[in-house]
Design a protein around this ligand. Structure first.
Ligand code: FE2
Ligand code: FE2
Length: 313
């Protein structure tokens, strides 16, 4: 196929056409796919040191082994996204070493310290669920064939991470007392963190290249609803408080706090009392990155050689 115009390609993919090779892409399509895959690869990559930090608090050797298995999966997932980027002419070495830590494109939620086992399992329950929500939509809708096929393996493993999180959340709730409190504390900061992760609400973001090029199918608000429709009932089932509920009349989940709002990263606390803020302020916080940004990026760079071996294993 000759490349044609951007508009022709948009029309073609909207009617179901699947691209199989970079030769078929227009410049606009290629750029939008590069952004999508970079976010995907960086998120997988940085989840590894974040989960590793929390795995230090594993309750036993066995449980630490299960956390390490998850970390190994995440590194392999990062490698899948970076390999697809190499096909588009983006060097993996440059991605890893040619950027400052703040230039990585993982969400702000993965710039936070995960300090205990409760935070790891809530990350599996919430963050991996967000990953499944986002990548599940990409799988269902993407117009790029090689990515669709690669996501089959990723999805299977992400579901394993999610089950790990959900099962452990159940166990920690049953233990009660201080353990349960730790879990609730993790839910308190990680629930709004994941809600924010899905980005600008649809009434502020009408246009998306990723939707036009059929690199995804659902809007930010739709994805947020999909995530909440699994996560709110999960927490309610275990008697964990979440600041959101289902509104039967509106047939959707609604937030019980000002959104978006300020976050005190030091205290790991959302400042609901200070009310709703503008998205400009959220973007500023994201751009400044969170407390663990440099530590996490440097740790994956330092261990790159051994990471390679882990990925190849
Ligand atoms: Fe992953
Ligand atoms: Fe995962």
């Amino acid at each position: 196929m000759s490349q044609g115009t951007e508009e022709q390609l948009k029309e073609k993919v909207q009617s179901g056409y699947i691209l199989e090779s970079p030769d078929e892409m227009t410049e606009g399509y290629r750029k939008a796919l590069i952004v999508q895959l970079t976010v995907q690869g960086d998120t997988e990559l940085i989840s590894a040191p974040a989960y590793w930090m929390a795995a230090q608090d594993a309750p036993s050797t066995n449980t630490q082994v299960s956390a390490v298995a998850i970390i190994q999966d995440e590194l392999a997932h990062a490698n899948i996204a970076y390999r697809l980027l190499e096909d588009l002419g983006v060097s993996q070495e440059k991605l890893l070493y040619g950027r400052e830590p703040h230039e990585f494109k993982h969400p702000y939620g993965f710039d936070q310290p995960l300090e205990n086992w409760a935070e790891l399992v809530v990350a599996n329950g919430f963050f991996d669920r967000a990953g499944i929500t986002l990548l599940g939509d990409v799988f269902d809708n993407t117009s790029y064939g090689p990515l669709k096929r690669a996501l089959v393996k990723v999805d299977l493993e992400e579901n394993f991470h999610l089950r790990h999180g959900e099962n452990w959340m159940k166990r920690l709730v049953r233990l009660g007392g201080g353990v349960r409190e730790k879990l609730q504390r993790a839910v308190d900061w990680m629930f709004p963190m994941t809600v924010e992760w899905f980005g600008l609400p649809d009434d502020l973001k009408r246009h998306s290249g990723q939707l036009d090029y059929r690199l995804k199918g659902l809007t930010n608000d739709q994805l947020r609803q999909v995530w909440m429709s699994a996560t709110v009932p999960l927490c309610e089932k275990h008697g964990l408080n979440v600041p959101a509920h289902r509104d039967e009349a509106r047939q959707e989940y609604v937030l019980d706090y000002p959104f978006p709002c300020r976050y005190d990263a030091e205290a790991k606390r959302w400042l609901f009392d200070e009310g709703e803020i503008g998205w400009d302020e959220v973007f500023e916080r994201w751009k400044a990155r969170g407390p663990m940004n440099e530590v996490y990026v440097e740790s994956v760079r330092r261990s790159h050689g051994s990471l390679r071996k882990m990925i190849a294993a």
